[in-house]
Design a binder for this molecule. Structure first.
Ligand SMILES: Cc1cc2nc3c(=O)[nH]c(=O)nc-3n(C[C@H](O)[C@H](O)[C@H](O)COP(=O)(O)OP(=O)(O)OC[C@H]3O[C@@H](n4cnc5c(N)ncnc54)[C@H](O)[C@@H]3O)c2cc1C
Ligand code: SF4
Ligand code: SF4
Length: 558
């Protein structure tokens, strides 16, 4: 089939990705009365949203959120209508000591632990008496993002205004005369290198007056529109656990932890309804680690006595990983341009000080929808200037932007150590963003191979502590539909040949990248890729491409 036979469709608005940001956008737009199509005069507004994952709500995130923006958009929201949702009933901030003696702590840190240990028995943990206000989630909700997004997609599709197409990766933006005029969907019927095969079906061109980019921190469209990629990231890895009968963990309980398995790794446990908990960790990009894969650290976190007493006897229900863009407002790309607008985490909305991204993403989406309906009603085109006035001005005036300014320097101290990092967060939080520790986190340090042996073996129990491979099978199967090109590509094998650390392989969340032949590029196995996107930011030489791909972890229980 020739290039000329590529299909084209005309819409008013095309939206890329269905995460919390797009959910906020579409929910708000679907409720705006009387919006008329410009491409099909006399018809209602024509809006389509493409999501790469196999279904809406296959996101990887049990979350706690203050849900200010979500509640404003969905007044009367009843958590009992959403599986696994619960209002926050209790919140604790817990410092975890190192009961194993393997965590990389400075001498001062070990000295402090020795001092604290009499107060930390028997669980090697201290529940701190105070939670800073910027971290608290008072009045918030514990949600399964998977379940929440399924609930929202049903509401939005029911409105009749919006179509959502899962299983449809968007390859990139269509740009003509420096204006985004829509998107091109990924080609199908191609081999792993993208070469057409007998059943070749070129990805459709979806032309629209407005392209809404809500494809998260590592989305293909966002990457192509980014002039300067953000520098601070984290890998979030999480397990959803069916708790053992008799576990006393009221739904809505929220634990934030620090100190273990390594000081730089923050952890969490959120208790959902239905005796289910989400337990996870965040591994930051400045982390100097013997084994950068988050999976081992997640298991070590689970095995800490303070956490283990809550999850012991439980069973892994699903598991997954996802990148977080942690530069916040400092990593903000252009929010708008001719014919497009960016929302959500890819637009720098995630707040690293509050540990909060869902409500911020949702709210930026809702703000764009308000601006868009204003422009539609006024008959105004989606130019950069009009979008600045209608969307960016709203965002700048809102709590999202005000809190993002406070969080701007929140992570800066961590490259000088754990305690300076915490001090930096406290300074930023309590000074309203005026003070910080100075400096910036270092990008992608080399691993420390000889320290891996310090950690004891994980005693597999076949239900909660299982091998990485078994986790890929048990925790929501990875789907890799055939006919798409590989979405992870090694752009310069000569550079890889000289790469001593092969970090992309060492830290791969799904063991999808094998180190391969030392004289060439690593190999990539799409069947194991969970689409976390972390290999993109973990390649120190920038020669790994993470592009649009279908599939990933197939579980709506995340
Ligand atoms: C383990 C973990 C725990 C977290 N805990 C919390 C928490 O407790 N509280 C909180 O507020 N936040 C939390 N977050 C952060 C939160 O999940 C994100 O900030 C939020 O999901 C961002 O929403 P978004 O819509 O901007 O992007 P995303 O959620 O990343 O959604 C983007 C969507 O776009 C799709 N997409 C990407 N590329 C393409 C393409 N080319 N074509 C089509 N679709 C595409 C993706 O599949 C995805 O569904 C956590 C994150 C992780 C990983
Ligand atoms: S992709 Fe990057 S990290 Fe991986 S081997 Fe090549 S240079 Fe090294
Ligand atoms: S190959 Fe897939 S699973 Fe591995 S780090 Fe990259 S995106 Fe994550």
């Amino acid at each position: 089939m020739s290039q000329a036979e590529r299909q084209t469709m005309e819409m008013d608005i095309v939206c890329v990705g269905f995460g919390p940001a797009a959910a906020g956008f579409l929910t708000t737009l679907a409720k705006a009365p009387g919006l008329e199509s410009r491409v099909a005069p006399g018809m209602p507004l024509q809006v389509v949203c493409y999501e790469r994952a196999d279904d809406t709500g296959f996101g990887v995130s049990g979350v706690v959120t203050r849900a200010r923006g979500i509640r404003a958009s969905l007044p009367g929201l009843d958590p009992t209508q959403i599986p696994l949702a619960a209002p926050v009933v209790e919140e604790r901030l817990v410092y975890l000591l190192d009961p194993v003696g393997a965590s990389r702590r400075s001498r001062g840190h070990r000295w402090l632990d020795a001092l604290l240990s009499p107060f930390a028995r028997p669980l090697s943990a201290i529940e701190l008496p105070y939670i800073p206000p910027f971290l608290r989630k008072d009045g918030g909700l514990v949600l399964s993002i998977g379940q929440f997004l399924q609930f929202v997609s049903a509401e939005v599709m029911g409105s009749g205004t919006v179509q959502i197409w899962p299983g449809t990766p968007v390859a990139g933006p269509l740009i003509e005369d420096a204006r985004v005029v829509g998107v091109r969907l990924a080609d199908q019927g191609v081999d792993r290198a993208g070469r057409p095969e007998s059943n070749y079906l070129p990805g459709m061109d979806v032309r629209a007056e407005l392209t809404v980019v809500g494809d998260g921190p590592v989305g293909a469209v966002g990457q192509q529109l980014n002039e300067r990629p953000p520098r601070e990231w984290a890998l979030g890895m999480k397990m959803v656990i069916d708790l053992a009968e008799g576990t006393n963990l009221p739904p809505g309980t929220v634990l934030h932890t620090l100190g273990f398995p390594e000081p730089e790794i923050f952890g969490f446990l959120y208790a959902h309804a239905e005796r289910v908990a989400s337990v996870g960790i965040f591994v930051p990009s400045w982390f100097r680690s013997p084994a950068r894969t988050g999976y081992r650290y997640l298991q070590r976190f689970l095995m800490h006595p303070y956490i283990w007493r809550l999850v012991a006897g439980g069973r892994m229900r699903s598991w997954g990983a996802k990148s977080l863009q942690e530069s916040g407002r400092r990593g903000e790309p252009a929010l708008v341009g001719e014919g497009y607008a960016r929302i959500g985490e890819g637009s720098g909305s995630t707040n690293p000080l509050a540990g909060s991204g869902v409500d911020e993403a949702w709210t930026t989406g809702a703000q764009l929808a308000e601006g868009v309906s204003e422009l539609l009603k006024a008959g105004q085109p989606f130019t950069r200037q009009n979008l600045e006035n209608a969307y960016v001005a709203r965002r700048r005036a809102s709590w999202v932007d005000q809190e993002a300014r406070i969080a701007g320097r929140a992570r800066d101290g961590f490259h000088k150590g754990f305690f300076r990092g915490l001090a930096g967060m406290a300074l930023a939080g309590f000074s309203g963003g005026r003070l910080g520790m100075g400096g910036r986190p270092q990008p992608i340090p080399a691993p420390v191979p000889d320290e891996a042996s310090r950690w004891p073996e994980i005693p597999y129990d076949g239900q909660l502590l299982v091998s990485h491979q078994d986790a890929l099978l048990m925790g929501g199967k990875v789907q890799a539909p055939p006919g798409f090109a590989d979405h992870v590509r090694f752009l310069n094998p000569a550079v890889c040949a000289k790469c001593a650390t092969r970090l992309c392989s060492q830290m791969c969340s799904g063991q999808a990248i094998a180190a391969g032949d030392a004289n060439g590029a690593p190999s990539f196995d799409r069947e194991k890729c969970v689409h976390c996107g972390a290999c993109l930011w973990n390649c120190p030489d920038g020669v790994l491409a993470f592009e649009a791909g279908a599939g990933g972890l197939h579980s709506n229980e995340n």
